[in-house]
Design a protein around this ligand. Structure first.
Ligand code: MLT
Length: 400
């Protein structure tokens, strides 16, 4: 009989967004007359179609695959050089130097932030903010690793800072934050880098929402902070930046400077380990997608993405305006597509979820799904269409 990984008993029965989808489906089945009026502002899934540059890139790459001279089979597991270079150039345009050799192309920040746990031994102490993107917690729980939490609350503007009395080996940070939309400034990130260097810890930095940062002085990469290459891995993706949620392209930067001693005094490089892991378990992102992504990273490609981002940020403005009108405290929506607000009338978040679904057919994400500190908070995404977002907020306005 196989011995199963019983750590799976310690995670929730289903992943947060799967649970939301299940509840919405059940509601649709029980209320077929209302199914058509449901507005989904729950999972952060985009609604704008792919940009012109991305689509032209896809078409061109597909054509290449039809001709034997340009046809491509297996590609490098780390990603094609042109794609790694396109990522490094994009960083450079944003004022951050990243070596193209340190860039690993993949199919999602979710997969990479989940898979990276393999590089770390069981007895590490994992420090995770609460609330947080549930993948960090679920994947470490599946591994049976010890997780400790730091509180993100109204008092610290949902931006927990390092505590020298807490000893952590691996630290997850997400900025702009999912779910709260809060964004660390450079000084705050420097405090984290200093903590990690002093404690020989590794920061796993999720910058999936970097393109939404609108305040120019805020860092969009942890590598904007000196010393970060000695202590941080960065994960990023085109899912939200370029509407690739269904197209799949991400990149993870594992600097060669990340070298740590083993228990018997040898040295191990996280870059080499990740390279070994990826070449063993991953056959690369499809050529077609990588080619299209490289077109997205051009100046023209990015300016098209920014048009879509402005479109979404107009939704964020509409959501924020309604919450302000109702005197409901919230964060986010300025440097992030997410708005995180206090549940009205002292409700708990799953209660508000049901209340909104039942009464106005609006789907959001209950804060409790992101941690205990989210119990009385709720997240709305600005990734809907203008029409649906406006309609959702009009219904919300009438309900409260
Ligand atoms: C979210 O809604 O938090 C994200 O869409 C989930 C993800 O990026 O995997």
């Amino acid at each position: 009989m196989p011995k199963l990984n019983e750590n799976y008993l310690n995670v929730q029965d289903s992943y947060l967004f799967a649970e939301i989808a299940r509840r919405v489906k059940a509601y649709e089945e029980n209320h077929p007359d209302k199914a058509g009026s449901i507005i989904r502002l729950g999972i952060g899934d985009v609604t704008r179609p792919l940009t012109k540059s991305a689509v032209e890139g896809l078409h061109k790459a597909v054509d290449e695959q039809t001709v034997s001279e340009t046809f491509k089979g297996y590609g490098p597991e780390q990603g094609y050089e042109f794609a790694r270079k396109a990522v490094a150039d994009y960083y450079a345009r944003n004022g951050v130097s990243v070596d193209a050799d340190d860039v690993f192309i993949s199919d999602g920040a979710k997969s990479d932030t989940g898979n990276i746990t393999e590089l770390f031994a069981q007895d590490n102490v994992i420090l995770v903010p609460d609330p947080v993107y549930p993948v960090y917690v679920d994947t470490n729980t599946m591994d049976g690793k010890k997780i400790i939490y730091m509180n993100g609350t109204e008092e610290n503007d949902f931006l927990p800072m390092p505590d020298n009395n807490v000893k952590a080996d691996i630290i997850y940070l997400c900025s702009p934050n999912n779910p709260t939309g809060a964004c660390y400034n450079k000084e705050q990130l420097k405090a984290w880098v200093d903590y990690a260097l002093a404690n020989e810890a590794v920061i796993l930095f999720d910058s999936a929402y970097e393109a939404f940062v609108s305040e120019p002085e805020l860092p969009r990469s942890i590598y904007a902070v000196e010393g970060a290459k000695k202590c941080a891995i960065e994960f990023c993706s085109l899912s939200k930046t370029a509407g690739f949620t269904g197209t799949r392209f991400s990149y993870t930067v594992v600097p060669k400077e990340l070298v740590f001693a083993t228990s018997d005094g040898k040295e191990l490089s996280l870059h080499d380990m990740w390279n070994r892991r990826q070449s063993t378990k991953f056959n690369g992102t499809p050529y077609i997608i990588q080619y299209a992504a490289a077109q997205v990273f051009t100046e023209q490609g990015m300016s098209e993405c920014m048009e879509n981002i402005s479109y979404y940020m107009e939704n964020a403005r509409v959501i924020a305006e309604t919450l302000r009108k109702k005197n409901i405290p919230f964060t986010g929506g300025v440097n992030s597509p997410y708005i995180w607000f206090k549940c009205p009338n002292g409700m708990e978040s799953w209660e508000l979820f049901d209340h909104l679904l039942e009464n106005i057919q609006v789907v959001g994400t209950p804060g409790a799904g992101f941690g205990v500190n989210g119990k009385n908070y709720f997240r709305l995404t600005s990734f809907g269409t203008h029409e649906k977002t406006k309609e959702a907020m009009e219904r919300f306005d009438k309900l409260f």
